[in-house]
Design a protein around this ligand. Structure first.
Ligand SMILES: [Zn+2]
Ligand SMILES: [Zn+2]
Length: 235
């Protein structure tokens, strides 16, 4: 499943319709400007873990937890908090395989990366799925989101170097220590990375344990800097 980062109107197949409210849209995305404004943007969040900050200081936007113990990744940018209607768009994309939803979500992530002037990596690495999950779903949602992002910024997307070698239980069902144990050594690298600045891309960052383990693996295999790009962060 590979689609281009173009909207319905550009395809000339459908009238440009907002995927959230069905209104006709005049912009270049599959969302109207009213719905776009109301999305749950993840502003005022920690630069390292993307969780909300109780007090925002533009000079030092890092939370107490990250100051005490920094995670293995260098920063995490999540465009939205995982709440309605973003949660709904992501579910429809992941579980109903709706291509136009994936296209809108990629476009939203691109906009957010540009608006926040994030430093661009040399390589984008979508979080790999274990082959059993891949078989069940039919596609890796992180890879499908990453391809248009890579194309837009002219950054290669690497879905080959890293594999998920064990299936893991859903992280959200586990306590913190169990989560770390569950994900430990879940990823394996086929080769050493030649690019030193990598961005891991995922649809939703839930506990941060998965991207932390992946960042650790990438740093053991040639990466110096690992950022995380996600559509949404659960709080
Ligand atoms: Zn709308
Ligand atoms: Zn933090």
């Amino acid at each position: 499943m590979v689609y281009n980062c173009i909207n319905n109107s550009q395809l000339g197949l459908y009238p440009p319709i907002c995927l959230l409210c069905n209104a006709k849209t005049a912009n270049e995305m599959d969302i109207c400007s009213a719905c776009l404004t109301e999305l749950p943007h993840n502003s005022n969040s920690c630069r390292i873990c993307a969780l909300p900050l109780t007090q925002f200081s533009p000079d030092h936007p890092v939370c107490g937890n990250c100051l005490r113990q920094a995670p293995p990744f260098d920063s995490c940018h999540a465009a939205f908090s995982y709440s309605y209607p973003i949660s709904n768009l992501i579910s429809r994309f992941k579980f109903s395989n709706k291509l136009e939803h994936g296209r809108l979500l990629s476009n939203l992530l691109i906009r957010s990366i540009e608006a926040n002037r994030l430093p661009l990596p040399e390589l984008i690495l979508p979080v790999p799925l274990h082959r059993s999950r891949l078989r069940e779903r039919g596609f890796n949602q992180a890879l499908e989101l990453a391809l248009p992002v890579g194309r837009h910024f002219g950054i290669p997307v690497d879905s080959k170097s890293c594999k998920k070698i064990r299936p893991t239980e859903a992280q959200s069902n586990l306590h913190k220590r169990e989560r770390q144990k569950n994900i430990r050594k879940a990823f394996s690298m086929k080769n050493i990375l030649t690019d030193s600045h990598v961005a891991i891309l995922d649809d939703v960052v839930t506990t941060g344990s998965t991207v932390a383990e992946l960042a650790r693996t990438l740093k053991q295999n040639g990466a110096d800097r690992v950022d995380v790009w996600a559509l949404a962060r659960t709080h």
